[in-house]
Ligand binder design. Structure first.
Ligand SMILES: Nc1ncnc2c1ncn2[C@@H]1O[C@H](COP(=O)(O)OP(=O)(O)OP(=O)(O)O)[C@@H](O)[C@H]1O
Ligand SMILES: [Mg+2]
Length: 208
């Protein structure tokens, strides 16, 4: 495939969506053909699978089932949207991808990162990201940004919640150490300008 597949990862409030948007504008200004996406990516089948996962009536949903459904939706999003764009030579920027499953379901929810990796490898085949940017910020700071900027309830910061986000944070570091060629870590506590520049530089060095 002639394009480039780049994923944006990190905890909540790290700046993924903000930086992705800025970087995509800059790449387009330079003349690159860019596709911005996130799962389920507006893909009908993937949206339906997501509805099943999120339905509040499905309280009996077992966690392996949930992990498999996420992997299934991912597979469809790849096949219908990402792979065709890569074949057309586009730069695909995806807001969260496989690492989010490994971190949230594999580690923080306790299914096991290796187990979740296995089912996701089946789902994605050889379509792994060429580059993953990990936006590294302590969960407390990331959550504070969301609380400050989105007018969300402060109780997102209660202790139990924070403990979960600490697990997520720890797992991202494990992944970054395990896949140093693919995952580039950016100190996301810096100014937005600096974070965006570093993200842009990593992408440009991939494109060269
Ligand atoms: N480097 C930064 N410095 C200060 N504020 C920032 C920075 N980056 C992003 N923000 C602000 O923090 C908030 C959260 O950013 P954003 O929504 O991009 O995070 P996210 O990683 O996409 O979070 P989520 O996982 O919840 O989608 C936004 O209001 C954004 O403007
Ligand atoms: Mg976001």
């Amino acid at each position: 495939m002639s394009g480039y597949f780049i994923t944006f990862e990190g905890g909540e409030g790290a700046g993924k969506t903000t930086v992705l948007q800025l970087v995509s504008d800059r790449l387009r200004d330079k003349g690159y053909d860019v596709l911005v996406t996130r799962e389920p990516g507006g893909i009908k089948i993937a949206e339906k699978i997501r509805t099943i996962i999120l339905d509040p009536l499905h309280t009996e949903m077992e966690e392996h089932t949930e992990a498999l459904l996420y992997a299934a939706a991912r597979s469809q999003h790849l096949a219908e949207k990402v792979v065709p764009a890569l074949k057309q030579g586009k730069i695909v920027l995806c807001d969260r991808f496989i690492d989010s499953s490994l971190v949230y379901q594999g580690y923080a929810r306790g299914l096991g990162m290796d187990e979740v990796l296995k089912i996701n490898q089946f789902a994605v085949g050889d379509c792994m990201p060429d580059l993953t940017l990990f936006f590294d910020i302590e969960p407390e700071k990331g959550l504070a940004r969301i609380a400050a900027n989105k007018d969300r309830e402060q109780n997102r910061l209660d202790l139990e919640n924070l403990e979960f986000h600490e697990q997520v944070y720890k797992a991202y570091h494990i992944l970054a150490e395990s896949f140093p060629e693919r995952i580039q870590t950016i100190d996301a506590s810096q100014s937005l300008e600096t974070v965006e520049q570093e993200a842009f530089d990593h992408i440009l060095s991939l494109l060269k």
